[in-house]
Design a protein around this ligand. Structure first.
Ligand SMILES: O=c1ccn([C@@H]2O[C@H](COP(=O)(O)O)[C@@H](O)[C@H]2O)c(=O)[nH]1
Length: 500
């Protein structure tokens, strides 16, 4: 027997001695009776036992702990264990609240973290797995990725299977059956008790009703499905006319490239639109950066859009109250509602901003069904504040307002489950178009906060449907050749993503 197993056996015996492990007839949280019960809450009264258990977990889960950013305990019993595991493995600790505060941050997860961080969950005992699922749901809502769950005791009543069915990995220090053998070999229980527990386990698998599976986990499944679905099928499922139009256009033209025309002169913008037009699905403008904006420019751009079959998106990023946004959209010198098929909108004002834009269209000559917006849920810039609960709320806003929302500007597909919503991802550039100035893996920067990822990375790892490329094309010797190259790279990655 190895040293680790010897220590584990001794710990099980000790847990029995201090009455963490009890035998009798116990009513469980899930409603059934059990001949054995674990009460790991009392371990806090035995600091040496608590320290030994945490130390064994650190050894057992060494590799996972080394590769994760945080440790999160399932409230409340596992919190003391998770705290010592976090200290022992030098990882930061997160605490999932059981109920939201009605003051202050209202966060369900306390601690310092950012979207995309990975987390290992620590739990004392798993029966059905529901407590872990609830914790995973809250962590995922905050944009955290759960690497795996480490549990002290697996009661072998279906928890591991329930978690696996949601794509979650769980490992236990010890199973209930193993505990029974350890205690029997140590002379702490007799064969009759072992057989009683085994008979109980054979007939007492617990199930989780589907309505108890947290929404975030159900959403995760939908997200995964959405990413594997072809644009043609997603167009069929879309409830927004413009998103269906985008998805069909992308599928028929076989391009997911959106070019960002961040130029200051209208002739240059039109020249670019003509050069890249055959290779793009969306041409994205910032008309407030133009020194010579005119109605004639808009008409010529619309003409090119017809010739080359692309849509025009004005990346205005509206962010005011509905009334003001309505004026900014349909009035003023740009009269955006008149010519832009699509616009971008910050989620920060709440649903009123969408109502404002719709209100503008109802009073204009443009058809509501020919216009839509993209919600800016997550920005590509370094240290963006569009993280955590803001990001989740922005996605939720998009999913509840598909009457006018066609898509989401985001760096990741996490949390996006509606098949109709189109994910638009900026911050895309090949390494060669940056003169090979790669700084940090696949992620590079422009010195002013913009961060770049490669075309295949944003499609395969981050779920981009449409990728926005600006300077990677506008600064190329031949924007037309560069657009063709980006189109091909992006399409190849999309085909790989949906391949079964
Ligand atoms: O989070 C965001 C949202 C929008 N953008 C816009 O995309 C382009 C990116 O241009 P590059 O030259 O490829 O950096 C630009 O128009 C931004 O306004 C973004 O970058 N990030």
């Amino acid at each position: 027997m190895g040293k680790y197993q010897e220590r584990l056996n001794a710990l099980i015996v000790k847990l029995h001695e201090i009455n963490v492990l009890k035998f009798g007839d116990y009513k469980m949280k899930i409603g059934v009776n059990s001949p054995v019960y674990f009460d790991l809450r009392i371990i806090v009264s035995y600091p040496k036992v608590l320290a030994e258990l945490s130390d064994l977990i650190c050894e057992f889960a060494q590799a996972s702990l080394k590769n994760c950013d945080h440790v999160c305990g399932v409230p409340y019993a596992a919190l003391s264990i998770a705290t010592l595991v976090a200290v022992g493995s030098d990882r930061s600790m997160l605490v999932r609240r059981k109920e939201a505060k009605d003051y202050g941050t209202r966060r369900m997860v306390e601690g310092c973290y950012k979207s995309g961080d990975t987390c290992v969950i620590v739990e004392d005992v798993v029966t059905s797995g529901l407590s872990i699922l609830e914790t995973v749901g809250d962590l995922q809502r905050e944009g955290l990725n759960v690497a795996e769950s480490i549990v002290v005791v697996d009661r072998e009543q279906g928890g591991a299977q329930h978690l696996a069915s949601q794509g979650l990995k769980m490992r236990s220090l010890v199973t209930l059956t193993e505990i029974m053998y350890i205690l029997r070999d140590a002379g702490k229980v007799n064969d009759e008790t072992v057989e009683k527990v085994k008979a109980y386990l054979a007939e007492s698998r617990v199930t989780i009703p589907t309505d108890r599976v947290p929404a975030a986990l159900a959403a995760k499944k939908n997200t995964e499905e959405r990413l594997k679905t072809t644009f043609e099928s997603r167009a069929e499922k879309s409830s927004n006319a413009m998103s269906a139009k985008i998805l069909r256009l992308v599928a028929s033209k076989r391009t997911t490239l959106c070019v960002a025309a961040d130029l200051s002169n209208t002739d240059k913008v039109l020249e670019l639109a003509n050069a890249v037009g055959p290779y793009i699905c969306i041409f994205k403008t910032h008309v407030d950066a133009l020194e010579d904006f005119s109605k004639k420019f808009v008409q010529e751009l619309q003409q090119l859009a017809k010739v080359h079959n692309f849509l025009i998106m004005e990346d205005r990023k509206f962010g005011d109250i509905g009334h003001t946004a309505s004026l900014q959209y349909g009035a003023g010198c740009f009269n955006i509602a008149d010519w832009a098929d699509l616009v971008t909108v910050h989620a920060i004002p709440g649903p009123g901003i969408i109502d404002g834009l719709i209100n503008c269209l109802e009073n204009s000559k443009s058809q509501l069904s020919d216009r839509a917006c993209f919600i800016v849920a997550e920005m590509s810039s370094k240290d963006t504040l569009t993280t955590g609960s803001y990001l989740s709320a922005a996605i939720k806003l998009a999913e509840t307002r598909e009457d006018f929302v066609a898509g989401i500007v985001s760096q990741s597909a996490t949390g996006i489950s509606s098949p109709g919503l189109v994910q638009l991802t900026p911050g895309v550039r090949t390494i060669s178009s940056q003169n090979g100035k790669e700084r940090n893996g696949t992620s590079r920067e422009d010195g002013l906060g913009q961060q770049y990822n490669s075309p295949d990375h944003v499609v395969l790892e981050r779920g981009a449907d449409i990728a926005v490329v600006g300077r990677g094309i506008t600064e190329a010797d031949s924007p037309s050749d560069a657009a063709k190259l980006y189109r091909d790279l992006l399409w190849k990655a999309y085909e790989e993503r949906v391949a079964v």
